[in-house]
Design a protein around this ligand. Structure first.
Ligand code: SAH
Length: 414
């Protein structure tokens, strides 16, 4: 049985005398933490490392340049026996015991009355780990916990300073690692999460169990009724004192109706902030290995919603003007109208041989790329049974990424 029970406590050492016996590397590691805790640190040792000497020089530590004497522990609250000599550490230990001073021993943990945990801090939280006298293991566990906190996988929710309001969080294109650190933190800090169909679903599985999850896909149908209901939910919850995250795929301001939610919050006097996300028209081609720009090939890229076909009375896009552009076109929400769009682009002067890549379910397990051209797009979408969500990339950059599929094209960017 090597388990030894301890009672973990946070010592508040401000202006209290702490004695470190020994001036070597163990002492050197402990002293800065004691200084940071506000202790009056006294080092007793005939010699000290240059680092400790520096702290003596700057007045942060008092150095008694000699061997240990029992009286060193008078008026002392805490001590560390960190010499290389077990007999000295033993004397320190006994003197501490006699004075009811807790004492850490560098050489023999079982004889000590206190142990030093591996500690780390993040965002106002201190983590302390005691790994049953295996300091390496303690440090590794500490590192992992602090790392998880930094990345938001452990919800370091703090009640102090938590202000109600709405945060629009862009979740990225789908793969859960492609959310920002800030986005992940906001998610873990939320009381209510209002999530879209395209928002990275796996991240919702990590939410603390007391978080209310509102699934927009389950709200009543009809585009505007649904949006009104979302606005109502986020405003109402925020006014009730909750932290609300409005969680969407990609970026909330890219065909995400995010700004309508900003306006609704402002009108209701609800504080609203925005955490951008990796937007799919850039991230999905990137992950599929297609650059949206390439030197000497495309000096512009244009992102267009294809949810309305060319010529539709409500369309705000000038397709003849788009056809006249020479750079990369990226179409979103365009699977259904792609045949009509391709025809309009050819009619407007784009060559039917122009390379096209359709990236379906980008960054997700079902990701696949269908290569085509403007002239053959309609047929290819049908024979390949392409379904949304998909990003359609049109232009020479597709041939740069897939030269083997477009042999008639000049090697580009040279
Ligand atoms: N706000 C989102 C876009 C919402 S519109 C963003 O910034 O990315 C929805 C469209 O985005 C889909 O029709 C599709 O064209 C595109 N899209 C989003 N995620 C995608 C993905 N993982 N793979 C392919 N297309 C995606």
């Amino acid at each position: 049985m090597n388990d030894s029970p301890t009672y973990l406590s946070g010592l508040r050492l401000i202006d209290r005398r702490v004695v470190v016996v020994g001036g070597g590397h163990v002492a050197q590691r402990r002293v800065p933490h004691l200084i940071a805790a506000g202790a009056r640190v006294h080092v007793v040792a005939p010699e000290v490392t240059p680092a400790i000497e520096g702290l003596v020089g700057s007045g942060e530590v008092t150095w008694h340049e000699r061997g240990f004497e029992e009286g060193d522990l008078d008026d002392t609250w805490y001590c560390i026996a960190a010499t290389n000599f077990p007999t000295v550490n033993e004397r320190v230990s006994r003197a501490a015991e006699a004075r009811r001073v807790f004492c850490v021993r560098a050489d023999d943990a079982l004889k000590a009355t206190a142990w030093t945990p591996a500690t780390g801090r993040h965002d106002g939280v201190t983590v302390a780990v005691l790994g049953n006298r295996d300091p390496g293991r303690s440090a590794r566990v500490r590192d992992e916990i602090v790392e998880e906190m930094r990345e938001g996988r452990i919800a370091a929710r703090h009640e102090q300073g938590r202000t109600p309001g709405v945060v629009l969080v862009g979740g990225g294109p789908g793969e859960p690692e492609l959310i920002t650190v800030a986005g992940r933190k906001a998610l873990m800090d939320a009381d209510v999460v209002v999530a879209d169909r395209l928002a990275p679903r796996e991240l919702l599985g990590d939410l603390p169990t007391d978080v209310e999850l509102v699934d927009v896909a389950k709200l009543p149908r009809g585009r505007s009724a649904q949006q009104e209901e979302i606005n109502r939910v986020i405003v109402e919850r925020a006014l009730a004192g909750k932290r609300v995250v409005r969680f969407k795929g990609g970026d909330n301001f890219v065909f995400g109706r995010g700004y309508e939610e900003v306006i609704a919050c402002r009108e209701a006097g609800v504080p609203v902030t925005v955490i951008p996300g990796l937007t799919s028209p850039v991230a999905v081609p990137a992950v599929a290995g297609i650059p949206v720009t390439h030197r000497g090939v495309a000096h512009d890229f244009t992102v267009i919603s294809g949810h309305l076909p060319p010529g539709h009375p409500e369309s705000l896009t000038s397709w003849p003007a788009v056809a006249g552009l020479t750079g990369t076109l990226v179409l979103m929400m365009a699977v259904q109208n792609a045949p009509a769009i391709a025809a309009a682009l050819v009619e407007g002067g784009r060559a039917p041989e122009t390379p096209v890549a359709v990236v379906c379910e980008g960054t997700m397990p079902g990701e696949r790329t269908v290569l085509s051209t403007l002239g053959t797009l309609a047929d290819d979408l049908e024979t390949q049974a392409v379904k949304p969500p998909a990003i359609i990339v049109i232009g020479e950059v597709v041939a740069v990424a897939h030269p083997e599929s477009y042999p008639q094209h000049e090697p580009a960017g040279t």
